[in-house]
Design a protein around this ligand. Structure first.
Ligand code: ATP
Length: 239
């Protein structure tokens, strides 16, 4: 079943067409990756999916329900989780408190909230950091707090915007393992990521966005060999 479906999405900023007739779907228990060069429109598409940006055309459905005109909050309550490219943590709060915020809308008792937050931290192996203030964490540790906070909201679909960016290879590998485990548990994952080897290893389906339009999509092995993808994106991977 497609948990998240974007269909015919278009978006302009002034005279610039940032997204053109983009369709994409994410199934339960699978990882769909969205890759493409800088400025291709990946974050804008994630913002359309999560309700931060209203598209000019096209629809967004979540669990079969049309949510195109609903708020981010409504989408979150329908099971959409999201992490951001730039870390969005609450400084001055501990790791545990940051994660507890993610489940606030569920009306849990403080104790249940705390337990859910600790369990989410454990999913990312950072339970031992629970009482640390977020500003005292290393970058690699801090990168894991946002996905834990997303998870505590019990999402059915997760949009992860460059979760591995800036992580050393071993940490990125470990994170990939965590994401794979979440998808094996049924989570639908939309992964935006520049780390191509990680994307190819982790994804079931890859969508390549170039200049605001889908260049091609398919299984990782096919996409990796596609000359148009190599020319448009993989060839400039290190720019
Ligand atoms: N609010 C905005 N107003 C005007 N232009 C915007 C706005 N948001 C994004 N853009 C433009 O839309 C295009 C796509 O940007 P977007 O951030 O979605 O790309 P991206 O694929 O996520 O890039 P990156 O990999 O660098 O994060 C860019 O040309 C960007 O300058």
């Amino acid at each position: 079943m497609n948990v998240l479906e974007l269909s015919g999405v278009g978006k302009r900023y002034g005279g610039v067409e940032v997204l053109r007739d983009v369709s994409l779907s994410v199934r339960a228990g699978s990882v769909t990756a969205l890759i493409g060069p800088n400025g291709a429109g990946k974050s804008t598409l994630a913002n359309v999916a999560s309700g931060i940006v209203r598209p000019d055309s096209g629809t967004v459905t979540l669990g079969g329900r049309d949510v195109t005109r609903t708020t981010t909050w409504r989408r979150a309550s329908l099971g959409l989780g999201r992490t951001f490219q730039n870390l969005e943590l609450f400084e001055g709060l501990t790791v545990l408190e940051n994660v507890m915020v993610g489940a606030h809308a569920h009306g849990l008792s403080r104790r249940a909230l705390r337990e859910a937050a600790l369990a989410a931290l454990e999913r990312f192996s950072i339970g031992h950091l629970a009482q640390r203030r977020v500003e005292s964490l290393s970058f690699g540790e801090a990168k894991l707090v946002e996905p834990a906070r997303m998870l505590v909201g019990r999402p059915s679909v997760a949009i992860l915007d460059e979760p591995a960016a800036g992580l050393p290879p071993a940490s990125a590998d470990e994170l990939a393992g965590r994401i794979a485990a979440l998808s094996a548990d049924g989570l639908a994952v939309l992964l935006i990521e520049h780390d191509v080897p990680l994307v190819m290893r982790l994804s079931d389906h890859v969508v390549v966005l170039v200049g605001g339009a889908v260049l091609t999509e398919g299984p990782p092995a096919t996409v990796r060999e596609d000359q148009r993808v190599i020319d448009a994106y993989l060839g400039v991977e290190d720019e």
